[in-house]
Write a protein that binds this ligand. Structure first.
Ligand SMILES: *Cc1c(COP(=O)(O)O)cnc(C)c1O
Length: 360
């Protein structure tokens, strides 16, 4: 067996310790006589797994009691439509702050169900930053303000939040949830697809404040209705049981490793090592304004793009996989979520230095 360092943006690397634990429990969970994948989601074994996962996630993020935590399907993309259907009327306005491709997609889908508009955007500078948040004028009647807390493709991350007053702040946290502590009480709603920083694809987490439930548009499919899902314990139908179980093991491990404060320290060390390697060289470049750089997704280019193919091939031969940038921006991208060990980032930094030298 040869496990590599996988820099994929998603589905992304998972903690090896958790994969091993799942392997151990594959044929029989506890003394259930079957694997988790074969259990009834309503049986007492799975109920125990589900409740422990939720309790651990609540502890990790210090989720206040007046928020529901939902374990859903459909990915973050499904939330692009579930969000306006639940929080706004067809005539309500909703404001989106655009910092890259995912925010644009969220807005385009949101506009199908309410009067969604861009409140601010950094598109003019190629989405290389968070727009100035102090100069925002927010319509008090807006149903919500939507941000993408980390733009996975462009590598732009919020380190401060906009002040939206009484208007609920909503965040697509797909690619930076659990990377550091966040004050959940500042948000009306947080959503995230699991396959970046939580677990396998197929699970979507929604954390929603109680007062935002019960306002869904009448056309909202029940499966997308947060209130329906909340009152059914996310079990209106069969939930993604395996992904939920796996996520629970990831939550438990994060708690055992010191929670999100410790995760933030590890992530800071990894990101700083990589950005330093980029900034200290004339051969590599990252286009994002330093104060808005992502600690999770680090895009970078080579001075000579004709070397991209060589770079990728040599990286691969050293066990450094999936460094190719998103097709929309080219270049390279290293996704260094929680599960990427510090040794993986060091191996990349060492390879980058060697590759640069070999070109001199
Ligand atoms: C990956 C990603 C999505 C899309 O997630 P799916 O689960 O594939 O729908 C949306 N937003 C962000 C920020 C992402 O990183």
């Amino acid at each position: 067996m040869a496990r590599t360092y996988n820099f994929s943006a998603g589905p992304a690397a998972l903690p090896e310790t958790v994969l091993s634990k799942v392997q151990e429990q594959m044929l029989e969970w506890g003394s259930a006589g079957m694997s988790v994948m074969e259990m009834s989601h309503r049986g007492k074994d799975f109920m125990q797994i589900a409740q422990a996962a939720e309790a651990d996630l609540r502890e990790l993020l210090s989720v206040p009691d007046n928020y529901k935590v939902l374990f859903l399907q459909g990915g973050a993309t499904q939330q692009f439509s579930a969000l306006p259907l639940n929080l706004s009327g067809p005539e309500s306005s909703a404001a989106y702050i655009l910092t890259g491709s995912w925010g644009k997609k969220a807005l385009a889908e949101g506009a199908r169900f309410c009067c969604a508009e861009a409140l601010a955007s950094s598109s003019e500078t190629g989405f290389d930053r968070i727009p100035d948040l102090d100069s925002l004028t927010i319509d008090e009647n807006a149903a919500y303000v939507h941000i993408t807390s980390n733009e996975t493709i462009g590598g732009v991350e919020y380190w401060d939040l906009p002040d939206t007053g009484s208007v609920p702040l909503v965040a697509d946290m797909s690619s930076n949830i659990l990377s550091r502590p966040v004050d959940v009480s500042k948000f009306g709603l947080i959503y995230a697809g699991a396959q970046k920083n939580i677990g396998p694809a197929g699970l979507t987490i929604v954390i929603v404040r109680d007062d935002l439930l019960g306002k869904a548009q009448s056309i909202t499919p029940s499966m997308l209705n947060y209130e329906v899902q909340a009152s059914a314990g996310s079990m209106s139908n069969t939930p993604p049981t395996f992904a939920w179980y796996f996520a629970g093991l990831v939550f438990r491990e994060l708690l055992e490793l010191g929670g999100l404060t410790a995760a933030a320290e590890r992530n800071k060390r990894k990101a700083e090592a990589l950005y330093q390697a980029i900034d200290n060289s004339d051969f590599y470049a990252n286009p994002v304004q330093p104060k808005d750089r992502s600690y999770m997704n680090v895009p970078f280019t080579l001075a000579d793009a004709s070397l991209d193919g060589d770079f990728l091939a040599q990286a691969e031969s050293r066990g450094l996989k999936t460094l190719k940038g998103h097709r929309s921006v080219g270049g390279m991208r290293a996704s260094i979520y929680n599960a990427m060990p510090e040794a993986g980032v060091q191996a990349l930094v060492d390879f980058m230095a060697d590759f640069e030298k070999s070109q001199a």
